[in-house]
Design a binder for this molecule. Structure first.
Ligand SMILES: [Zn+2]
Length: 205
């Protein structure tokens, strides 16, 4: 976020940030007003104008922009504070971390997606490692073959393509009891592939 974005974001939620020349703008606590005397007349809370993160030095409530929705819902009585937060977006595969919900949902559209693999693959400019899970219940060998072929139509200088096959199921489980997981086998392939192209210690800053 930039400063204008942060201001606009808070304004949308009914919180007017004061004009303030420094990075941390003081504001009355909006998370737990009841926890302060005189409606927190001398502001205990501050908002970072660059990141949107907020922190109340009085009651200890704090969070980022995402947590602000929850804090406001609780303080307005719309949300029971005992409700456990949905941490999906903070997880490894959080749907909203790197794309908007609209963008994510559009990948599943049968009629209007812009994420068609075979159409987009030729536009990939970096090195590619395509790992096939041989026990995948949703993607089959013919699919992998078509995906591999799509990369072969990339332009000149984009020829670094590696295909790998490991035993595993759709979400990276073991293909049979007692077997290593598909995730661990895929990780080994990825590790070796990375080490070859980006040796540790060779990173320049
Ligand atoms: Zn507070």
């Amino acid at each position: 976020m930039t400063t204008p974005d942060v201001r606009a974001f808070y304004t949308t939620l009914g919180i007017e940030l004061p004009g303030w020349p420094k990075l941390e703008a003081p504001i009355r606590c909006f998370a737990q007003a009841d926890a302060h005397h005189y409606n927190d007349r001398s502001p205990s809370c501050s908002v970072n104008l660059a990141s949107g993160a907020w922190n109340c030095h009085g009651c200890g409530a704090h969070g980022g922009a995402y947590a602000l929705y929850r804090a406001l819902a609780v303080s307005s009585g719309a949300l029971d504070p005992i409700r456990r937060p949905d941490l999906t977006n903070y997880g490894l595969v959080g749907f909203g971390r790197f794309s908007t919900p609209d963008a994510w949902l559009s990948t599943w559209s049968a009629r209007s997606t812009n994420a068609d693999f075979l159409r987009c693959a030729p536009g990939v400019t970096g090195p590619v490692l395509l790992v096939e899970l041989t026990g995948d219940q949703a993607s089959f060998p013919a699919d992998t073959a078509a995906m591999s072929a799509a990369f072969s139509t990339r332009g000149p200088g984009r020829g670094d393509f590696t295909g790998a096959r490991v035993a595993g199921t759709h979400f990276g489980g073991p293909i049979a009891q007692g077997q290593p997981t598909g995730s661990s086998l895929a990780a080994a392939e990825i590790g070796a592939w990375l080490a070859e192209r980006y040796p540790v210690g060779a990173v320049t800053r």
